[in-house]
Design a protein around this ligand. Sequence first.
Ligand code: NAD
Length: 451
Amino acid sequence: MENYDSLILKQKAFFRSGATKELSYRIQALEKLREAIRKNEQSLFHTLKEDLNKAEFEAYATEIGVVLEEIRFTLKHINDWVKPEKVKTPVSHIGSTSYIYSDPYGVVLIIAPWNYPFQLAIAPLIGAIAAGNCAILKPSELTPKTSELLRKMITDLFPEEYITVVEGGVEASQALLAEDVDYIFFTGSVPVGKVIMEAAAKNLTPVTLELGGKSPCIVHHDANVKLAAKRIAWGKFINAGQTCVAPDYLYVHESIRDEFLQDFQLATHELYGAKAIENPEYTRIVSKRHFDRLLTFLNNGDMFMGGGSNEETLTIEPTVLTEITWKDPIMQDEIFGPILPVLPYRELSDVIDGIHKHPNPLALYLFSENESIQQEVLHQISFGGGCINDTVYHLASPYLPFGGVGSSGIGAYHGKGSFDTFSHRKSVLKQTTKFDLPFRYPNVKDGLKKL
Ligand code: NAD
């Protein structure tokens, strides 16, 4: 196993030099990063095509455009974010003032997954830079072309002691986890999240865990069915369902089930054509292993649409399975592919009970025009984040911190949330020396003393 001792020492020394804490240094780094992303746009289209057959439109919308927007937003607000925040001071502390300083942690380790291999490595890095840290990026081994491009880009831009990329799989990840870094930001699966947290516990390293799980989507009988069908088809099949916040499964009210399914099929055909696996713009499954796992679900329940696949191109048609129950294999774990199981319901309370029996979802989507139904679901179910009458979109707002709860994750990021994630909030009380309050000391009987 490779040893990253000297790399960590170099980064720690560079951090201690204070360079990365300078506001001008952070701004310059973000500007350089933005410039490099723009310059490498065509290369990124190319590697994302090779790694996942991502179409340019999707690659720009979900990988490149998202991080450029995150940089723009960060540069717009960073001057305010870095200022110490003055807060109230209680009367009992008369004479003093109180501040919260945002302090960078030091060396942060960012471990990224393969499904949005560029965005999920760079978006946290933006927060780490803005907060004044050094960083080590470990992208996924399953998207090697994008990981290699990331390494080249970062190596051209920054000295190793500031920001660097370590390529490799589980071994590289574990070797880095064996080091004493100051913060770990991990995006990936729930089981690996547990491995990360265990490794972090050894040095009491703080973590953010952006994990996954089964995210429900509920279509109530009063929903705008056509629009729901379109927005769910988009959120489910973008990136061929390999999205952490994709609607994993659907609860549809029984009275509108057939209407919804017809509209859903139409919407899917409008997005990708009647034969998506022949569409050159349709994303593929990342590996043969993931492809084979997904195929095992195709005999669950009844096939309403799709089901076709191509082993050579590793593509699976947008598929809908009906007559599904919680006992089916497809309902045991996150699907992470273009297969949508549908469960009908009559009472909303059954939906809420069903979700409560399972770990807190990363995302939840509800389609309903009724405010009290919306409030009931929001009030009763704990989930990371989500949308009313849409899917996935919440993730793209810099004003909404993005993260899970329970087994879907710890912590959140995006926008100011990223800056806060990579900063320790250091509380400081500045006391006056003009006078001294006697009653804090034992056995003092006289009043306020002039110093
Ligand atoms: P993964 O957990 O298998 O791998 C993620 C990273 O961890 C990779 O860089 C990998 O090399 C490394 N890794 C894998 N096994 C490891 C181990 N035993 N020890 C140390 N490091 C290890 O996840 P994945 O398959 O790349 O991504 C899919 C999962 O990520 C899904 O569960 C999805 O929901 C989740 N995800 C979550 C978010 C989010 O923002 N919450 C975003 C994307 C993906």
